[in-house]
Design a protein around this ligand. Structure first.
Ligand SMILES: *Cc1c(COP(=O)(O)O)cnc(C)c1O
Length: 434
């Protein structure tokens, strides 16, 4: 399979280049040259297959022979080490729980798959692959945990000192091995600037094989289609059309669903739900895409003002607004509405939504009310509520339990290297320690 840039369909590269580059040289996003439809027998028997078996078929369908089948099987099996159950929340809504991985958020799927794939490429070459990742919290923990112990790779996580939650910080500063955490005296934007500058630095690029692990990487997108198939497999005997509501920020999760649909998965409708950062729902109403600075909300992993995967969404619909808006509905919700939904669902069912999943739930309910369709509605629950314990406790008026994996992180002691936010300090650090 070749991958082309959304800015230029003639710029095509192989999988290794697409994955190690992340962003195309023309700033486009990589997309598979074509998306093969899976055979009818696959869907007929999907409910007899395991999550790992389903994921392997889907991965092979997109990646083809660029990775040998036995190696791809190993990569997929390593990625899918935890379940993604569909849970009935109330009469109208099922939750697809994507938070059973090591860092308790759906980003584990993308990060684990990508780390194994890069590990495979690292073994084909002598030079070590160095992954630079700037994080405001969640990405850093998923990526660091995904790459932990992967031979031939080294991860440098840059995070703004004092600006990530305690739980988040512990998830990438306590690992050791091939993961180093740099605590930058600055903001998230400073961290991102340092990483960008390093990629443009000829001295560093000559010396090291640098790559980024940001969310636009095609290796993070592909595994985000797996669980849509697995949800369908779990719901197959319900025999109604499926609609998926996806709480969104950069829209990688939703784009994974679109890939699944293109591979033949029967999905009636996608519901794009956001917090007040509603650039995409607004686009779906008006056909005007107007990125703007993000606003802070309680669903902070979705505080995105210029969603990076929007280019992929447009590309999948050949820039046809009519087609795109026929397949995707959009809604946005305030923090007050989010908290009210969390309280209502807990009071009526005892199910604890995290603030992101609550937005997915709200979008689903609103869609069902407006459309009155007889469909099965699934919203994606993207994080465990304990990851946002302060907000959840405060909203529900009770102290929720912290699951074992998080407790484990909290008990470890933090190891980080403090650095100033100027580029010279960062560059010196890389040259002296890598
Ligand atoms: C990253 C994230 C999202 C948003 O996903 P996108 O793919 O960026 O749309 C939603 N919820 C949680 C918990 C996240 O970490």
């Amino acid at each position: 399979m070749k991958f082309y840039s959304t800015n230029n369909p003639n710029l095509k590269v192989d999988l290794k280049e697409a994955v190690t580059q992340g962003l195309a040289p023309d700033n486009g996003l990589y997309m598979p040259e074509y998306i093969p439809v899976l055979p009818k027998e696959f869907f007929d028997t999907i409910d007899t297959k395991s999550f790992q078996e389903i994921a392997f078929t889907v991965a092979k369908n997109i990646i083809g022979d660029d990775v040998p089948a036995d190696e791809l099987k190993r990569i997929v099996d390593h990625t899918i080490q935890f379940d993604a159950p569909v849970v009935e929340v109330d009469d109208h809504a099922y939750a697809l729980e994507l938070f059973h991985g090591p860092t308790l958020a759906f980003k584990d799927f993308g990060a684990r798959f990508m780390s194994q794939l890069l590990g495979y490429f690292a073994r084909q070459q002598k030079q070590e692959i160095v992954i630079l990742v700037a994080t405001s919290g969640d990405t850093g923990s998923a990526v660091a945990n995904g790459f932990l112990g992967v031979k031939g790779t080294k991860v440098i996580v840059l995070y703004p000192s004092g600006k990530v939650s305690d739980i988040q910080e512990k998830q990438f500063t306590t690992l050791g091995q091939n993961v180093t955490a740099l605590e930058i005296d600055g903001t998230f934007d400073d961290c991102q600037r340092l990483v960008k500058e390093a990629f443009l630095d000829d001295v560093l690029r000559k010396k090291y094989f640098l790559t980024s692990a940001n969310s636009i990487n095609i290796a993070r997108l592909i595994p985000q289609s797996f669980y849509y198939f697995y949800a369908y497999a779990q719901m197959k005997d319900k025999a109604k059309d499926l609609v998926f509501s996806i709480p969104s920020g950069n829209f990688g999760n939703l784009t994974g669903g679109l890939l699944a649909q293109r591979m033949g998965l029967p999905i009636r409708k996608f519901i794009a739900t956001t917090n007040v950062n509603d650039v995409v729902p607004e686009y779906l109403r008006t056909n005007v895409f107007a990125p703007r600075p993000s606003q802070q909300t309680i669903s902070n992993a979705m505080d995105v003002g210029n969603p990076s995967n929007f280019a992929r969404m447009l590309d999948l619909f050949q820039n046809d607004f009519t087609k795109l808006s026929a397949d995707i509905a959009g809604y946005s919700f305030s923090d007050d509405e989010t908290r009210a939904a969390m309280r209502h669902v807990f009071a009526s069912t005892e199910y604890i939504l995290d603030p992101h999943g609550a937005i997915g739930y709200l979008g689903l309910i609103k869609y069902l009310e407006e459309q009155g369709e007889d469909v099965t509605g699934i919203f994606l629950e993207t994080a465990h509520p304990a990851k946002f314990k302060e907000v959840v406790d405060d909203t529900l008026g009770k102290s929720i339990d912290i699951p074992k994996p998080l407790q484990h992180f909290l008990q470890q002691s933090k190891k980080s290297i403090a650095l100033k936010s100027d580029y010279t300090s960062f560059k010196d650090f890389l040259l002296n320690t890598l």
